[in-house]
Design a binder for this molecule. Sequence first.
Ligand SMILES: Cc1cc2nc3c(=O)[nH]c(=O)nc-3n(C[C@H](O)[C@H](O)[C@H](O)COP(=O)(O)OP(=O)(O)OC[C@H]3O[C@@H](n4cnc5c(N)ncnc54)[C@H](O)[C@@H]3O)c2cc1C
Length: 432
Amino acid sequence: MPIQEKNYWLETASTPPVQSASDLPEEVDVAIVGGGFCGLSAARALAKRGVNAAVLEAQTFGWGASCRNGGMVLTGMKLPVPTVIRRYGREVVRKMYAASLESIDLVEQIVREENINCNFSRCGHLEVACKQSHFDGYEKSAALIRREFQHELRIIPKSELQREIGSDIYFGGVVDEASAGLNPARYVVGLAHAARRAGACLHDHTRVEKIEAESRNAIRRFRIRTSRHTMRAREVILASGAYTTEAAPALRKKIIPIGSYIIATEVLPADLARELSPRNRMIYDSKHFLYYYRLTPDNRMLFGGRAAFFPETEDTVRKSGEILRRGMIAVYPQLRDTKVEYVWGGTLDFTLDVMPHTGRIDDMYFAAGFAGHGVAAATWFGAKLAGLVCGDKDDLPFTGIPFPTPPIGLRSGHTWALPLAGLWYRILDFFT
Ligand SMILES: Cc1cc2nc3c(=O)[nH]c(=O)nc-3n(C[C@H](O)[C@H](O)[C@H](O)COP(=O)(O)OP(=O)(O)OC[C@H]3O[C@@H](n4cnc5c(N)ncnc54)[C@H](O)[C@@H]3O)c2cc1C
């Protein structure tokens, strides 16, 4: 019997629901397109600075990637540090790495200040090596990170790995104690309540259909046609991530939407859960086509991966459930007879250079490209965008870097070449 599509996090986050403001205003200072971590964090920060901001969300708050992810609040960037240094130079990358650490502090600060009950915990993350050569690289990369960023990682040789994970298929690991875990759906709800309390207007079921610049009395502003009515705004923030539509064509063209899928098992006996993950880490492996996994607060194994490269559909979710179950048993044979109760999928916003980007596009503020680091990054970029709108100095290390456009075939709306990209990563995993 195929596993029914159901998102575990959503079932834990119903109290109290986020109330949408009833009337869409005619005019606001800032219109924010998208009500995930990025849009809500921007709205909260703007409202706290007295700016009249409205979040326009096509579905419900957090409906996009923000309620579908693994809840891993991770340090670092998607790409290996030496690659990023080669590309942008030491000084810029120092700021980028510092931003990745600061973004986790920001999530923690928001959770504490706003009293968000989302199981935030600095449990650390564990990366496990699928090959000896991957493990050999950890020592070098930890030394580089210590030297360049004064940040400490701990290498775990295979002989000590049992203290970290109840699986013997890996060649060792590396731990970063600064990473954290949370329940993303509860975090979204808490962030939305916080933005509302601060004075932001939140509008769900409000799809932005077209955005046009216009000028009145020589002052530029935006005319925003929505599924409800047309409104005007002095500034627009695009916080629509992987789900960016034709309402923002220039940004949409830059995004490579990649599907990622997750299963969650039934609740495990406490001793089995402790055996699988003795320190309750956020865990992922060293492959390109990687698995990521963790225990939920109620002791389910939550196991995710890029089972299909295409964004989620009923078909990819169904197939992914089975693929991920097999992957989970390969890592943890102890779970052979464990029931999988949940499977769901979501879309990641990759960019061609696998980097996050921010700045202005068609005169609107935007941030995108968080890939698998968006829990912390989207929160941070949202707050920073709010600062830029308010006139803060733009010293973000991500604004000046080139933002390449992916070839047609990989872009949102034209993703027919994604299976080739998937195949390429599988080949890389085989040979490297
Ligand atoms: C399966 C999965 C697992 C992941 N795991 C992790 C993880 O463990 N750790 C981590 O750090 N990151 C993870 N990520 C990535 C992370 O979830 C995202 O980077 C992050 O949620 C992005 O937030 P966002 O606010 O930018 O976008 P989203 O949360 O995607 O929000 C964008 C919103 O914009 C709305 N929208 C789009 N167009 C319009 C429009 N025209 N009008 C109105 N609204 C519009 C959409 O409806 C959507 O709700 C994962 C992602 C997925 C899919």
